[in-house]
Ligand binder design. Structure first.
Ligand SMILES: NC(=O)c1ccc[n+]([C@@H]2O[C@H](COP(=O)([O-])OP(=O)(O)OC[C@H]3O[C@@H](n4cnc5c(N)ncnc54)[C@H](OP(=O)(O)O)[C@@H]3O)[C@@H](O)[C@H]2O)c1
Length: 327
């Protein structure tokens, strides 16, 4: 495992880290023992950074991570999120009182007295124009409730706006072989400001792992069933916003460029690590075997110019017109 600096935090985090949404909710049936085994396997393999949110199973994901931390002695940085428990989810809800409450709840779930990193959880666009929200996060940092804060964003323009606030240490954004626009304008600017980048949905909700077929079915409580058209949250979070059939056709082409012996998941993750502005990819995993597959991506040699060019050509042919100007 290699480690990269996260913003100006002084932390060095594992290039392949762990996304803890699926072990909390919205991905069909999961088994807590298996989830914990996956988390342990990640730590065994050098992962030291976990991304979660208060809303993943209403604290369930955070509580599993608290259990993990009690069973391990290694340094484990935990990034959580706040805001998505608001109903309605609107900008006015991102006020000091609510943020304080969300943070108190996460402190309790994670059984700690200071949160490592709190991210605003894809807030409405108006929030980026309310400096008082970021001021409240500065105050919570001074009060010792949080060490650092960042923002999880939907769109490149939101990322660019968020990093104008000097306290923002990290941006979490969808970045994968099916979502490349962040690398154009945003990555150089984030690097210039020394802001960390957490690449989320790195496997396009598992599609880039190459195991799905047109017949694949998903449980009714799996967002790959209930959010395919953005019924409950931004459609970009499900298969990266690519329609299922087109995505599968592109994945078939990607098979040609996987390095010998590497899985497609490893190709997808190694592709992300080719971008030095990225701090880490945070693939979700439900089982130890998935963690092992994903973490080994860090051991692959860099992709060649020819592999990168082919990946880009596949994106241009199948994906660009569906997603490029939407996020
Ligand atoms: N708004 C936000 O802030 C936001 C939104 C989305 C995600 N996130 C964060 O980003 C993380 C990653 O995104 P994601 O979980 O949505 O999507 P992802 O990482 O692209 O896909 C994860 C899913 O792919 C499958 N998978 C993982 N490794 C695999 C492997 N090696 N081989 C085959 N299948 C594999 C698993 O599901 P199956 O086994 O069921 O196929 C897993 O749950 C989340 O866990 C969360 O922490 C944040």
């Amino acid at each position: 495992m290699r480690y990269r600096e996260l913003g100006r935090t002084g932390w060095k985090v594992s290039e392949i880290s762990f996304g803890a949404w699926a072990i909390g909710s919205a991905w069909g049936r999961v088994d807590d023992n298996e989830s914990l085994a996956a988390l342990h396997r990640a730590i065994d393999m050098g992962v030291n950074f976990i991304d979660t949110a208060d809303v993943y199973g209403m604290g369930h994901s955070e509580r599993l991570i608290a259990r993990l931390k009690k069973e391990r002695r290694e340094t484990i940085y935990v990034a959580t999120k706040a805001g998505r428990r608001l109903t309605p989810h609107n900008a006015d809800g991102y006020n000091r009182k609510n943020l304080e409450q969300f943070i108190e709840d996460s402190l309790r779930n994670l059984e700690t007295d200071c949160l490592d990193l709190v991210q605003l959880h894809c807030p409405p666009i108006e929030v980026y124009y309310r400096p008082e929200v970021f001021g409240a996060l500065d105050d919570l940092t001074k009060e010792g409730k949080i060490r650092h804060y960042g923002v999880s964003v939907e769109k490149v323009e939101e990322a660019l706006k968020a990093i104008e606030f000097p306290g923002v240490q990290s941006i979490q954004i969808i970045f994968n072989m099916f979502r490349t626009r962040p690398a154009e304008l945003f990555f150089p600017e984030a690097q210039r400001r020394r802001v960390g980048i957490l690449a989320r949905v790195p496997l396009a909700s598992g599609m880039l792992a190459g195991k799905m077929t047109p017949q694949s079915a998903f449980a009714t409580d799996d967002h790959r069933n209930f959010n395919r058209h953005g019924e409950q949250f931004d459609v970009g979070e499900t298969f990266s916003g690519v329609d299922f059939e087109t995505g599968l056709a592109a994945v078939e082409e990607l098979r040609q460029i996987a390095p010998p012996g590497a899985t497609l998941a490893q190709l997808a993750l190694r592709w992300i690590l080719m971008f030095e502005a990225v701090t880490c990819a945070i693939p979700g995993a439900k089982r130890p075997a998935q963690v092992e597959d994903n973490v080994r991506a860090a051991d692959l040699p860099p992709l060649t110019d020819a592999q990168m060019a082919k990946a880009r050509a596949i994106y241009d042919t199948y994906i660009r017109k569906l997603v490029h100007q939407r996020w």
